[in-house]
Design a protein around this ligand. Structure first.
Ligand SMILES: CC(=O)SCCNC(=O)CCNC(=O)[C@H](O)C(C)(C)COP(=O)(O)OP(=O)(O)OC[C@H]1O[C@@H](n2cnc3c(N)ncnc32)[C@H](O)[C@@H]1OP(=O)(O)O
Length: 271
């Protein structure tokens, strides 16, 4: 089910996301961001978690949620958010092993081809009640491990990666050069207890901002056709499904051969 992709994180997901009641109005103001004068000084080691720090964190008024580059100290929570969102059914000890694998991969840093860049963004909700238990305090054999491992007390509510690696876009010309100017979004995940608060929208908006800052003209992604929540998210954010001809030899995420993906694109909005 889970091949290691770049960053050791799967590129897309195939979870069955059960719809939750809509809460209209809660998120209308959430995506109106402003850039406060939050210090942008990166923490030591930040480049391990994100390729480069290029923009200020974005505060979403009315929500308290800040979207920023992942820092070294976020790595465990990023791994936990990823695993609990994409592999919610994993049980002990596999779920712990998976988290440790992701954690180590994140700590090891990202490697991207020359000329490419990648950022791991986190949405931090300081007001969120953190359900994590300390790994030192809990009995690992007794614990339920869905989103309950905690190496630090933090409040990462959602994650996303965005890059210019273009692994899943057709190469150009005889030399099969990587496409440029198209950013690729992957690994979008929001903790279960933080969903339907507009956090994924904020992450996607920030990824688009990042793409613009890299000079990209469009953003692309793959989404499991059966992931209705995610499809709805991207459509609501202006992403359009692109029909890929059957015989086109486009690279696609190889997470699960049985999964069909929708390829979606959006022009990077003007600033
Ligand atoms: C490119 C990729 O990475 S695809 C992989 C996507 N990730 C996953 O499937 C992991 C598991 N799922 C999740 O983490 C979350 O459910 C996500 C990322 C899909 C959505 O995160 P959320 O923060 O809850 O989304 P957010 O609150 O921003 O909702 C934005 C819109 O998405 C749609 N949406 C989100 N969740 C749902 C849902 N459960 N049912 C129906 N529509 C939904 C809605 O249109 C929503 O807008 P609205 O509430 O105004 O109607």
């Amino acid at each position: 089910m889970m091949p290691p992709a770049l960053l050791s994180l799967p590129r897309s997901s195939s979870p069955s996301v059960s719809p939750s009641p809509l809460c209209p109005g809660r998120r209308s103001a959430a995506v109106q961001r402003h850039r406060p004068s939050i210090p942008s000084k990166p923490a030591a080691g930040i480049c391990y978690a994100s390729q480069a720090v290029e923009l200020l964190p974005s505060l979403y008024p009315g929500t308290g949620v800040v979207v920023r580059d992942a820092k070294l100290e976020d790595c465990w929570e990023v791994a936990d958010t990823h695993c609990s969102s994409f592999f919610p059914g994993y049980k002990f000890p596999l779920d712990l092993v998976l988290r440790l694998d992701r954690y180590i991969a994140l700590l090891s840093g990202f490697s991207v081809p020359p000329g490419c860049t990648r950022s791991c963004l986190v949405a931090v909700n300081p007001t969120a009640a953190n359900s994590a238990i300390s790994i030192e305090c809990g009995d690992l054999r007794d614990a339920e491990f869905h989103g309950k491992y905690g190496l630090s007390k933090g409040s990462v509510a959602g994650i996303l990666t965005v890059d210019t690696v273009a692994d899943f876009l057709p190469r150009r010309g005889r030399l099969k050069q990587r496409r440029t100017g198209i950013a690729y979004i992957a690994n979008v995940a929001v903790r279960k207890e933080e969903r339907r608060k507009g956090i994924a929208k904020m992450l996607v908006a920030e990824a688009e901002e990042r793409a613009r800052s890299w000079g990209c003209r469009s953003v692309a992604l793959h989404c499991d056709v059966s992931n209705l929540a995610a499809l709805r998210l991207y459509k609501s954010q202006g992403y359009k499904s692109i029909r890929v001809p059957e015989d086109a030899k486009w690279p696609a995420p190889k997470i699960d051969q049985t999964v069909r993906y929708e390829f979606m694109m959006k022009l990077v909005p003007k600033s």
